[in-house]
Write a protein that binds this ligand. Structure first.
Ligand SMILES: Cc1ncc(COP(=O)(O)O)c(C=O)c1O
Length: 439
């Protein structure tokens, strides 16, 4: 419920102080200044209440300040807050055992804990090069993997992530992502979008640019996040796995955004029936405590003592928050993400029938996107309209985030109820009508 003007006086005052001392590089969307949150609801410093369909970029998987997560953090903080990765502790070991239990491959999983998504990707790149003794890496256009030097070199969702930072990591090649709505490559008779990309990789990339025996790994998001919440064509991953197997290339899936139950399964790759070699995780893993994980098959974790490490890896507070989170996901919210996801996509498809500006509504579980276009035949992206929808929704009490060129992502906490979903979608409905009227 909006009781004060947005942004209210307290928000304005804090933002003016932030402008002076906080790095201007952060991509702030709109002037939401958080005071507190509970579940799917958040309140700003002026007392306005919002529904959160963004979950801190798909991070607050169990909602804001779930009592069980808060209790785990409090209990651990009383015992010890840090000991460093030079020593051992129980929550770290238990979490690694749990990640082995849920890893999307049969082989034993070995985990390297990190502090963020980008650091998980960085660890995966280093392990892939170390183990294979190969240097080249293949990523996908539209992919987002983080902002440290290795991860940002694989990132290709917007060129501004690279502006001012060249030279990037050497040995990185990008190929088109299998986007069924906007295929980049020409498809030959009988091919789908995924087949055309595998053919391009075999014939053009491995045939003309880099020999397969120099490629260490292929890094891919099972569902592209920043790139626009894009779900690949159905059989793409099995053909990609086959290509990797034929050439001894490792398959790394970046599940930083798509994993941890967001699609109603632990990992988005499980929707495609394929086992990767390495999984990068972060975001939803610890309900908002900074934690990431690089989870790999035992047989490829061949690096030796001292090859890779970090000071905060396995932070005990983050580990207990993750254990509480995984417990909640397993017992309640994976199932809820499936059910609420099915309901939400039905509602979004109804919005698509009603609003001509919607080109496509898509997604799996609670990783859903609405793509706005100027007209449905030409599919010209309408980013201005998308921005108006996001801004209007905010002033009406709904937090959303854009992604891709003209997409709104819907990635609420996985504990969302049906009535919260319906409330948020009706705000979106009104916001889209409002934005369309302003054309
Ligand atoms: C798929 C994916 N990989 C990596 C990252 C980077 O994670 P972090 O911002 O925690 O470094 C993100 C962040 O949005 C992401 O969506």
């Amino acid at each position: 419920m909006i009781t004060q003007g947005i942004p209210g006086p307290k928000a304005l005052e804090l933002i003016s102080r932030d402008d002076v001392v906080v790095s201007p590089s952060y991509p702030r969307g709109y002037p939401f200044v958080m005071d507190h949150g509970r579940g799917v609801e958040v309140w700003d410093v002026d007392g306005n209440r919002y529904l959160d369909f963004a979950a801190g970029i798909a991070v607050n998987s169990t909602g804001h300040s779930h009592p069980k997560v808060v209790e785990a953090i409090q209990e651990q903080a009383k015992k010890f807050i840090h000991i460093s990765s030079d020593f051992y502790h129980q929550p770290w070991i238990e979490l690694s055992e749990k990640l082995d239990e849920i890893a999307p491959f049969k082989e034993l999983a070995v985990t390297f804990l990190t502090n963020s998504g980008t650091e998980s990707v960085e660890a995966a790149i280093k392990l892939a090069r170390y183990h294979t003794k190969r240097s080249q890496l293949i990523g996908f256009l539209g992919g987002f993997h983080g902002r440290t030097m290795g991860a940002v070199s694989l990132t290709a969702s917007k060129s501004h992530y690279h502006r001012g930072f060249f030279p990037l990591l050497g040995g990185v090649i990008h190929v088109p992502y299998p986007n069924p709505y906007r295929p980049i490559l020409h498809m030959q008779d009988g091919e789908d979008v995924g087949d055309s990309i595998i053919r391009y990789m075999e014939e053009e990339v491995l045939g003309k640019l880099v020999p397969a025996e120099d490629v260490a790994a292929i890094l891919i998001e099972p569902i592209q996040g920043e790139g626009g919440y894009i779900v690949p064509s159905k059989n793409f991953f099995s053909t990609l796995r086959n290509l990797c197997d034929r050439h001894g290339i490792l398959l790394i899936v970046d599940e930083v955004q798509s994993g941890m139950g967001r699609t109603g399964k632990w990992w988005a790759i499980e929707n495609f029936g394929v086992e990767p070699d390495i999984v990068c995780s972060a975001k939803g893993i610890a309900s908002g405590m900074p934690l990431g994980a690089m989870i790999a098959r035992r047989s490829i974790v061949t690096w030796k003592k001292g090859a890779h490490g970090n000071t905060y890896g396995g932070n005990p507070i983050s580990c207990v928050a993750a254990l509480a989170t995984l417990d909640l996901l397993q017992n309640e919210y994976l199932e809820n993400a499936r059910k609420m996801g099915d309901h939400a996509i039905q509602q979004l498809l109804k919005l698509k029938d009603k609003h001509p500006s919607i080109g496509e509504a898509r997604g799996i579980g609670l990783m859903l996107g609405i793509e706005f276009v100027k007209d449905r035949t030409k599919k010209t992206p309408d980013d201005e309209l998308r921005d108006r929808v996001v801004d209007r929704a905010f002033t009406q009490g709904l937090l959303t985030l854009g992604c891709g060129k003209s997409v709104i992502r819907i990635s609420p906490p996985l504990c969302i109820t049906r009535s919260e979903l319906d409330e948020g979608i009706s705000i979106l409905d009104e916001a889209i009508s409002f934005a369309e009227d302003k054309c």
